[in-house]
Write a protein that binds this ligand. Structure first.
Ligand code: PHE
Length: 340
């Protein structure tokens, strides 16, 4: 009996299985009612009384270790249906894991935040679902202004009071309502306009707007700030020009062109052979807007600007179709690398 227990203990401890089915066969062979271990238990009855204690302990030990062994073999297969693939050489070096890259729009947004951060601008964000006041009325849009039209604005649940913001100027209003000048902030965020999707337009896009309100802020400050930005973003030889424009919330208003960074100003199809590309709208904050927000327009002046991140990204990376930013095609996204 002693020797048989010893022999079985050794046999069981060196058991191996290559498939779950084999484990089941082993369980039957050793632990089923007629299994080798169970048979020994039956024979235990005939063991002389003086050996019962010692042999009983050995037998129990054998049974427990057999059960453990079978359990271990079983769990080594759990979660794996197929037999281990012997063609895999586990000693080979692992494949290089490619780190993810940032989305080009995130790269450019971070770059804009960095550029303005260097001259003291901090970031503020606001809600994408807005009310008429913050998106339009406080910004001097007359009640019948065409920009409120269904053509441009997504209204929520047919309620003309609640809408998806069409620009992040709404966050400028929220900031001016709650903070006292000096205010020097930029407002990155997603905006929505009911436009047909094409290579140059999308119904969802991203903006960064900026606001500086203090005593004695002048148009010269605006111009110099934009020149600094354009050169940081597109290179130190970049030229700028301002064209008169109109926005209900700025007076005077302008649009900023930069010299085409693709042809260097000589003329190409990106700049439509003019040498200039438009990148943003800007102007001096209309005194009525300051007053709407509780900032005394007799004491303070300010400037504001707003740009589309998609547009800056198209120009910076010479991407021809804006829809590529939303398709998440890895072949496109992999081409952009950045440390910020
Ligand atoms: N809010 C304007 C737009 O979305 C951009 C802008 C911002 C213009 C600030 C002037 C001043 O088109």
């Amino acid at each position: 009996m002693f020797d048989r227990i010893k022999q079985l203990t050794e046999e069981i401890s060196s058991l191996k299985a290559e498939m779950p089915e084999e484990v089941e066969q082993l369980r039957l062979r050793y632990l089923s009612k007629k299994g080798l271990v169970s048979v020994l238990f039956e024979e235990f009855r005939n063991v002389p009384a003086e050996h019962k204690k010692e042999i009983g302990q050995l037998l129990n030990h054998l049974k427990v270790s057999a059960q453990e062994k079978i359990e271990n073999l079983k769990t080594s297969f759990s979660g794996e249906e197929k037999p281990a693939d012997k063609s895999v050489d586990l000693s080979r070096p692992v494949d290089h894991m490619e780190p993810g890259t940032r989305h080009p729009l995130s790269i450019v947004r971070n770059e804009i935040i960095r550029i303005f951060g260097q001259i003291g601008y901090t970031v503020a964000e606001g809600p994408e679902i807005e009310d008429d006041w913050h998106n339009f009325s406080a910004l001097n849009f007359a009640p019948e202004h065409p920009a409120r039209d269904m053509q441009d604005t997504f209204f929520i649940a047919r309620d003309p009071e609640i809408l998806l913001r069409t620009h992040t100027s709404s966050v400028q209003i929220r900031t001016m309502e709650t903070e006292k000048p000096p205010i020097r902030k930029i407002f990155p965020g997603r905006v929505f306009r009911n436009e047909a999707i094409s290579a140059r337009a999308h119904c969802i896009f991203h903006q960064v707007e900026g606001l500086y309100v203090d005593k004695n802020v002048s148009f010269t400050d605006l111009k110099q700030t934009l020149l600094y930005f354009a050169r940081e973003m597109f290179g130190e030889n970049t030229q700028i020009r301002l064209r008169p424009s109109f926005f209900p919330f700025t007076e005077p208003s302008g649009e900023l062109d930069v010299s085409c960074n693709i042809c260097g100003g000589k003329g190409c199809n990106i700049c439509k052979y003019t040498g200039w590309v438009e990148i943003l709208g800007c102007g001096m904050v209309d005194p009525a807007v300051l007053d709407n927000c509780g900032i005394d327009s007799k004491v303070y002046t300010g400037f504001a600007f707003g740009m589309g991140i998609e547009r800056i990204t198209l120009l910076k990376y010479q991407v021809k179709d804006l829809r590529l930013f939303f398709e998440n095609d890895l072949r496109f996204l992999k081409q952009f690398t950045s440390t910020i």
